[in-house]
Design a protein around this ligand. Structure first.
Ligand SMILES: Cc1cc2nc3c(=O)[nH]c(=O)nc-3n(C[C@H](O)[C@H](O)[C@H](O)COP(=O)(O)O)c2cc1C
Length: 90
């Protein structure tokens, strides 16, 4: 079982710590774990081009016209059995 943790907090801040601690508990129970600090990734804003929804409706899978790290992130999310997202309120 693979558990993916994604933090959107300050680098090495409270959310990163919470996420890592939770992942470590999952690891103790036998899970494979991976931690991602999302701001290390190049995720660009959506332009609303609808290529993604059109691709999904036509059975062509997830298509995104932005040339960023989203596809790699999406594949990690799809591969994971469990997803933990932590995000502070600012
Ligand atoms: C500028 C700023 C605004 C914040 N606004 C809120 C808020 O509106 N509501 C809240 O519950 N916490 C608020 N907080 C507290 C943060 O959510 C909290 O410190 C969080 O643990 C920060 O996570 P991080 O260390 O992973 O970045 C704010 C903190 C800062 C620095």
């Amino acid at each position: 079982m693979k558990i993916l943790g994604i933090s959107l907090g300050t680098k090495n801040g409270n959310n990163d710590t919470m996420c890592r601690v939770a992942l470590e508990e999952c690891q103790k129970l036998g899970a494979d774990i991976e931690f991602i600090h999302l701001f290390d990734w190049d995720i660009q804003t959506c332009t609303g081009c609808v290529a993604c929804s059109r691709g999904l409706v036509m059975g062509k899978g997830m298509i995104c016209t932005r040339k960023d790290d989203y596809k790699a992130l999406y594949e990690k999310i799809v591969e994971a059995d469990g997803l933990l997202v932590v995000d502070p309120i600012y």
